[in-house]
Design a protein around this ligand. Sequence first.
Ligand code: ADP
Ligand code: MG
Length: 304
Amino acid sequence: MSREQALGGKEAFRLQGVSVAFAVTGGTGEHREAENETTTNTLKHAGRNGGSANPDGIRFVLRDLDLEVRRGDWVAVVGRNGSGKSTLGRVLAGLLPVSRGTLERSAGLVQLVFQTPDAQIVGETVWEDVCFGLENLAVPPDEMPARAEEALLTVGLLEKKHANVSTLSGGQKQLLAVAGCLAMKADVLVFDEATSMLDPESRARLLDVAARLHQAGQTVIWITQWMDEVARAQRVVALEVGRVVFEGAPEVFFYGREGSEGQTPCDSLGFAPPYVVQVARALERRGVALRKRPLLPEEVGDFV
Ligand SMILES: Nc1ncnc2c1ncn2[C@@H]1O[C@H](COP(=O)(O)OP(=O)(O)O)[C@@H](O)[C@H]1O
Ligand SMILES: [Mg+2]
């Protein structure tokens, strides 16, 4: 049974046993009925992905997810390509129905910032682009300028407000997308590999803006395959083939549970931890007792 309902209080999301299924239609145009009580999304060309559909022609892209996100959290969602990260982002944003389980959300607006900067630009100028979302939300015209201006100021694009969007760099386009979300007063920002196409400087810039918003109380879901970015989160959720295989603090994700030897959750997932973590672990293996297990480059000074 699937249920979506509003959530009050301190939580932004509560997922219990959430699964998302696609009906595999193959190339024949044939549609199959999903089993009772299962909402099934149609997955075109699913045959490409090999034999992961069950004999009923239903393929689960997310399976039995239990997850709670508090307001003001910064949650990193990690996993390889195809593990279900974007699907989870879309479910949280209300863009995709759950097939089974319960999804509770707080009443506010959830906005996504996607991987491809151009995919989310609709206006011709920076100003038009930010206002477009406000028009869609039917914000009264006399409120628009102040909201657009404040949002552009927050991301550092105010001086570009008359610029044509085609003159912006990829990083500036991502910041513009963030400004659009802020102007709409989104309660939750979901960044879906939003830095993956950016150069290092723009990447750092976007991360920095997100971090400042988080400090100001914004709930952030940060989907990424970059382990350096994961180190900034309060919590890490790791997905593998549609299942949550780890949920916990970044320190545990990168260094393993207390007393556990060998493979860390990060290792098991097949990702290389941030450089500073690799160095600290190498020292620990040589018997060096560290004062603190660092996650970020700026913590390096504290651990020796
Ligand atoms: N609209 C879609 N069309 C084709 N395949 C999809 C679609 N949505 C999800 N999938 C499939 O679902 C699985 C999870 O996809 P996704 O959530 O995009 O993973 P990730 O973001 O971790 O790479 C993949 O195997 C993908 O092929
Ligand atoms: Mg994705």
